[in-house]
Design a protein around this ligand. Structure first.
Ligand SMILES: C[S@@+](CC[C@H](N)C(=O)[O-])C[C@H]1O[C@@H](n2cnc3c(N)ncnc32)[C@H](O)[C@@H]1O
Length: 421
């Protein structure tokens, strides 16, 4: 692993700008206002329109990242991030097969992570074995990704996934080609991805998906719903509790639940289930990185607008909505019926340290001038420090269960729990 990093150091000299540090810090604020709830489960027309405007408009029309947007993410902060992930992917891939690889990213944002990954694949001469598959619902962001990655793009009519077959794997709505000749495809859904050996990457994807929010009351579990405030002319919203358990509360809250607030994302569960089945049948592996916990947190739902906490019920659709990912649920779904085995969750800090980020840092610093050094170190601290993104972000990987019998001779890098600081 370290020798691959040395090779990289000779060839990559393009530290990304990290001059948006203050905004990044705000994204990591943990002191959140209580009772910021949102639920997609209501028949109320206004609640539905709130949901639609939030979930389907927010990303759709604008670039919401960076100093002019609402938040900033690790791949946008430091190119280290994508580069180290690329090394990990190559390392795990070539242990398993010599077959070509589909790099699948869910919610690629501005496309920076996949760009950094492709640069490493190019350095290590693996580009001819790779195609890129991006799952993105936002037309605005897909165009930003296309401009960043491709020299040529063509929009297409996706074939109905129901009629899709392995001989006709054309579920994409856009196709492009990079300057190095790598094919890039865009899809609306992970279910459209062609059924071949794939690596799934999800960075800050699951935290953006809708959640149900439940609260324990004297009458049992109620669901937290969003309602229009009655008796006023303006359209304003408030949180209300269902009178008794809703169908969602009955389905999703286990009998032995000890918390008094719970957030559940059924959409995330469906996607993880699909990925686990996909890996079992077609081969590959997955890496999920997100704000997260292991079934111990309660009230994490919040909104960010222009890098500040924002009331999610004010101007729906204008702010980034996020809820911490429950990795214990992802593990449970992924391991169901022995489809996959999981490694992690482990903190982002430990994962990147295990993969040699400090060696890479020292190598890059050697070739940098003073200004670059300052920027490189700021980016490093932002993604690594325990009080910033280093501990709050967790990393989980999924591998087909069939590989578990080779674990004595085959171990997955990055997930050792020992402290190596
Ligand atoms: C918080 S951003 C993360 C972007 C990027 N991964 C990063 O870390 O910089 C969430 C991304 O997921 C996309 N997205 C949100 N909901 C989605 C869905 N249901 N299907 C596909 N993409 C979705 C957004 O458009 C955006 O690209």
């Amino acid at each position: 692993m370290i020798s691959v990093l040395r090779l990289l150091n000779k060839t990559i000299k393009n530290p990304q700008s990290v001059n948006i540090l203050i905004e990044k810090n705000l994204r990591c604020v943990t002191d959140l206002p209580k009772h910021r709830y949102f639920s997609e489960n209501s028949s109320d027309a206004k609640t539905s329109s709130l949901k639609r405007s939030n979930l389907y408009s927010y990303y759709m029309t604008k670039d919401v990242f960076g100093s002019k947007g609402d938040f900033i993410t690790s791949p946008e902060i430091s190119q280290f991030f994508g580069e180290i992930l690329a090394i990990w992917i190559i390392n795990e891939w070539i242990k398993i097969t010599k077959d070509p690889l589909q790099l699948v990213e869910l919610g690629p944002g501005k496309g920076s992570m996949i760009q950094d990954i492709l640069r490493v694949f190019k350095m290590l001469k693996y580009l001819d074995k790779v195609s890129v598959h991006l799952v993105e619902i936002s037309p605005a962001l897909s165009m930003i990704q296309a401009q960043k990655l491709c020299i040529h793009i063509k929009e297409t009519n996706p074939v109905d996934p129901k009629t899709q077959t392995s001989e006709n794997p054309i579920g994409h709505y856009m196709k492009g080609i990079t300057a190095d000749g790598v094919e890039v495809y865009w899809y609306y859904s992970v279910t459209d991805i062609p059924k071949k050996f794939s690596v799934f990457l999800a960075h800050e994807f699951f935290d953006a998906l809708p959640i149900h929010k439940f609260q324990k009351t004297d009458q049992g579990w109620s669901e937290v719903l969003v309602d229009a405030i009655p008796g006023i002319e303006e359209e304003k919203f408030r949180y209300v509790l269902s009178k008794g358990p809703t169908p969602a509360a009955r389905i999703y809250i286990p009998e032995d639940e000890s918390r008094d607030h719970v957030e559940i994302s059924p959409k995330s569960m469906v996607i993880v289930d699909h990925i686990a089945s996909f890996l079992m049948k077609n081969g590959g592996f997955a890496l999920i990185i997100d704000y997260g916990h292991v079934g111990d947190k309660t009230d994490t739902f919040r909104a960010f607008r222009q890098h500040k906490l924002h009331d999610p019920l004010v101007d729906p659709g204008s702010a980034d909505l996020t809820a911490d990912v429950d990795f214990s649920i992802i593990q449970k779904i992924a391991q169901k019926d022995n489809k996959t085995i999981c490694f992690g969750p482990i903190s982002q800090r430990m994962f990147l340290k295990n993969l040699g980020i400090d060696v890479r840092l020292q190598m890059i610093l050697k070739n940098a001038n003073d200004v670059q050094k300052k920027e490189i170190l700021s980016g490093y601290h932002m993604i690594m420090d325990s009080d910033k993104m280093g501990e709050r972000f967790k990393v989980l990987s999924l591998f087909p269960h069939v590989l578990s019998k080779y674990q004595d001779i085959w171990s997955v890098s990055g997930f050792q729990q020992e402290k190596n600081d």
